[in-house]
Design a protein around this ligand. Structure first.
Ligand code: PXG
Length: 299
């Protein structure tokens, strides 16, 4: 496996960064999780745009232009001969000293890893997920904007752990006002009375790229209204269907929440249609990794 670090590719065993990197010392950096399907990178420009927006949010300059970033991602996929992949882009403050002062970090560190991992096994798409509400709340805008995909994921990791220890797969995080915000690594939606709900960006969520795609698919293909409004756990328990969205999860039904069965306890027909539409889109659109010229027919 070839890993990109600051303009060069290294074998996995040789791919190292400094212990003085502020990404390690302080979680001082940003990242993206991107997927490639069938030789194309899904929503590449959107992920790169969000990475730069996150970097701007923490006053971090990226050594590459967005176009160069896209090319570095594609090149890493090509060197690893991948057609289906999970791509992790990590941009850190770089090497500094042991203090907090970011001015000591002269140059950002950029890492691109392309791997074949599967975040959720296929059985979850048939059975659906169990979610549990974490006692930890989503980091509010007042502390660290949840819109920044920063390397500070401890809040989310601890929330996920409370759910996993209780036998569930994902955690629900509420915002400080007590409304549903999102999951540890996914956005959340519900269906009730032919209307789809998802928390608004200002309620304290990461603005997911899959979330955006799901909203568009619901409105354009399934012809239902999507309401971006805060809602309570009680509303979620009473939903006809609940689903989560994320680059890793795609669109995945949730069938049990804090011990309450949602619908009939299986992913509902609406979620199943949406999952299928999303799959179609991921396999048919995106930035081509390889220069695939159609083979000339020999008539
Ligand atoms: N909310 C949070 C907090 C996230 O970290 C999403 C929503 C979904 O966003 P996208 O753009 O992917 O639709 C994420 C995505 C994992 C994992 O292991 C998930 C994410 C990051 C790292 C790992 O499931 N985040």
């Amino acid at each position: 496996m070839k890993i990109y670090i600051d303009g060069k590719h290294y074998e996995k065993e040789e791919a190292r960064i400094s212990v003085f990197d502020h990404g390690l010392l302080y979680g001082d950096g940003v990242f993206e999780g991107i997927r490639a399907y069938n030789g194309r990178v899904f929503r590449l420009a959107e992920h790169v745009e969000r990475l730069y927006a996150s970097a701007k949010g923490i006053l971090l300059d990226c050594p590459l232009t967005p176009k160069e970033m896209e090319e570095a991602i594609l090149e890493t996929l090509r060197l690893n001969r991948l057609r289906d992949a999970y791509i992790r882009v990590v941009l850190t403050r770089g090497m500094g000293d042991l203090g907090l002062d970011m001015r000591k970090c002269k140059k950002a560190t950029l890492v691109i890893i392309a791997d074949t991992i599967e975040l959720y096994p296929p059985s979850f798409y048939e059975k659906g997920l169990e979610l549990i509400t974490a006692h930890i709340r989503r980091t509010p805008h007042e502390c660290l904007s949840p819109n920044i995909k920063s390397l500070n994921y401890l809040n989310n990791i601890l929330a996920k752990n409370t759910a996993v220890r209780a036998g569930a797969q994902e955690a629900i995080l509420l915002n400080l006002a007590g409304y549903v915000a999102e999951c540890a690594g996914d956005n959340i939606f519900f269906l009730k009375d032919r209307r789809v709900w998802t928390p608004p960006v200002w309620a304290g969520i990461l603005e997911g790229i899959t979330r955006r795609t799901a909203i568009d698919l619901v409105r354009e293909k399934l012809k239902l209204p999507v309401q971006e409004d805060p809602f309570t756990l009680f509303q979620l328990y009473g939903a006809e269907e609940v689903f989560v969205t994320g680059t890793g999860a795609e669109i995945l039904g949730a069938v049990k929440i804090d011990g309450r069965i949602i619908g009939n306890g299986k992913p509902g027909p609406f979620t199943q249609r949406l999952t299928a539409l999303y799959r179609e889109l991921t396999r048919a659109t995106g930035t081509p990794i390889y220069d695939e010229k159609p083979v000339a027919s020999n008539r």
